[in-house]
Write a new protein. Structure first.
Length: 61
């Protein structure tokens, strides 16, 4: 049976779990529409990416 040799303090346990927090999504305001979108993603409403028309615009969103 696995038994720890010594007690793990609350601070050491917290240091180990320090990277487990959820990251907040990085939204950015679109220059053309003014809506928020994820960075480095195609805007599905307009079909634009980095100032170019990449896909057909879909207005049903």
């Amino acid at each position: 049976m696995a038994v720890p040799k010594s007690k793990i303090s609350k601070s050491r346990r917290g240091q180990r779990r320090g990277h487990d927090a959820l990251k907040q999504a990085n939204y950015q305001e679109d220059q053309h529409t003014g809506e928020f979108k994820l960075r480095h993603h195609v805007d599905l409403k307009t079909g634009m990416y980095r100032g170019r028309q990449v896909t057909e615009p879909r207005g049903d969103f």
